[in-house]
Structure formats: structure tokens, C-alpha cells
Design a protein around this ligand. Structure first.
Ligand SMILES: *[C@@H]1O[C@H](CO)[C@@H](O)[C@H](O)[C@H]1NC(C)=O
Ligand SMILES: *[C@@H]1O[C@H](CO)[C@@H](O)[C@H](O)[C@H]1NC(C)=O
Ligand SMILES: *[C@@H]1O[C@H](CO)[C@@H](O)[C@H](O)[C@H]1NC(C)=O
Length: 197
């Protein structure tokens, strides 16, 4: 019970990602209906973007949950770049996403945080909190949502057509306990840091 209460406080600081509004981005944006749901979230690709790193971390795969996806979509729909402080673990990334590939790039900013994680001093850290949720051993399911927005509350920059990718995780990770971090965030068998051998 205590652990659960503490976990809710351990929300992650989200990553801001804005792709340059270059010619390509504008062109492909124009092909999409503005401010509508984009039928581009591919559960298989999202699972792979999590399970590849979980495999390298020696922890079991996540499975897709439609219930978590509905809850995540519900949050993305609000166009707010802040944590929802709900019952699930939560990772967010803000950006102008036109393809599943761009969303996967946004998610790679979560997992690359592993390179800054100190396995000798395990614990929650705003710099590494997305990564620790992705690979948290006891987490079993994920579901994500996305929509484009006209403006996003909590983000003051130019954001016409950007949006928030939300992923919800159950059971949640990132309990504020060094012991639970030691048991759930395992040193990877294979490092994915740039330049690692
Ligand atoms: C785990 O996920 C990976 C990547 O999605 C997949 O290749 C692999 O077959 C999965 N393993 C099991 C046991 O389901
Ligand atoms: C979506 O959010 C509304 C509140 O804005 C809430 O009443 C509803 O239960 C939520 N649905 C899901 C699936 O999370
Ligand atoms: C916490 O973040 C700092 C960088 O801000 C990093 O040097 C340190 O290793 C991190 N610790 C953990 C446990 O992630």
C-alpha cells in the first residue's frame, strides 16, 4: 500500500521532442487531416520498441492491453503535456509525429536514458525515469495513444499539429524504493549506448 502511494508520486518528467518544421514535415502533415486521430499507432511496433530492450535487459516481454491503450488515448486526447497522475505507469513524448517511424524515434529517447542510469546507485531519477519504466521487470502490459492538437497545454512553444504520445503501464514501475529499483531495473546483458561494444 505504501509502495503504491509512493509510486504515484514518482511521475516521470516527459521529454520534449519537436521535429524541425522542415519541408518534409509540413508536406506530410498536409496530407493528414488536421487535429484528427491518426490511425498510425501500430501495437506490434510499439511492443517491439519495448521488448527489444527488455530482452537485452533479461526481463519478460510486455503484452499489449486495449484497456491501457484506451486510458492512454484518453489522456492524449486532452492535449496536455503533463502527467495524469493516474493508477498506471506513464511515459509521455511530445512532438510533431507524422509516421509510426517518427513515434518510434520519440520512444527511443526514453530507452537511450539507460546510458545515464547508475546501476551502482539504483533509484528514481528524472533523467532516467522513462527508461526505468520501459524495462521495469514486474510491469507486464502496455497500451499507448496519440492524437494531433491545435495547441498543447503545458507547452508554450509553437505546436500546430503536434501532439502527445502517452503510454500507460501496468503494474506500474518506478516505485520510490532503491531495493525495488535494484530488483526491477537490471543491468543489460547487451548495451545499446552509442559506441558500446
Ligand atoms: C518478445 O518480443 C520480441 C520483440 O517483440 C519478439 O521478437 C519475441 O519473439 C518475444 N518473445 C516471446 C517469448 O514472446
Ligand atoms: C477518460 O477520461 C474521463 C475524464 O475526462 C473519465 O471519466 C473516463 O473514465 C476516462 N476513460 C478511460 C478509459 O480512462
Ligand atoms: C541520475 O541522473 C544523473 C544525471 O542527471 C546521472 O549521472 C545518474 O547516474 C542518475 N542516476 C540514476 C540511478 O539513474
Amino acid at each position: 500500500m505504501l509502495c503504491r502511494a509512493i509510486s504515484l508520486l514518482a511521475a516521470l518528467v516527459a521529454v520534449i521532442l519537436l521535429f524541425e518544421l522542415g519541408r518534409t514535415a509540413r508536406t506530410s502533415a498536409a496530407r493528414l487531416q488536421p487535429y484528427s486521430y491518426l490511425p498510425m499507432l501500430k501495437p506490434g511496433a510499439i511492443l517491439e520498441a519495448h521488448n527489444k530492450y527488455r530482452l537485452w535487459s533479461g526481463v519478460p516481454n510486455l503484452t499489449w492491453s486495449d484497456e491501457l491503450a484506451a486510458s492512454a488515448q484518453n489522456w492524449s486526447d486532452k492535449c496536455i503535456f503533463e502527467h495524469s497522475y493516474g493508477q498506471y505507469g506513464e511515459n509521455l513524448v511530445l512532438g510533431t509525429f507524422n509516421t509510426m517511424g517518427e513515434i518510434l524515434y520519440g520512444m527511443s529517447l526514453w530507452t537511450i536514458e539507460m546510458c545515464w542510469y547508475d546501476f551502482d546507485a539504483p533509484g528514481f531519477n528524472e533523467t532516467t525515469g522513462h527508461y526505468t519504466q520501459v524495462v521495469w521487470k514486474d510491469t507486464q502490459m502496455v497500451g499507448c495513444g496519440y492524437r494531433t492538437c491545435k495547441s498543447v497545454s503545458g507547452f508554450s512553444g509553437q505546436c500546430d499539429g503536434c501532439g502527445v504520445v502517452t503510454c500507460h503501464y501496468s503494474p506500474p514501475g518506478n516505485y520510490l524504493s532503491a531495493t525495488l529499483f535494484r530488483l526491477n531495473v537490471l543491468k543489460p546483458i547487451k548495451s545499446w549506448c552509442p559506441g558500446a561494444t
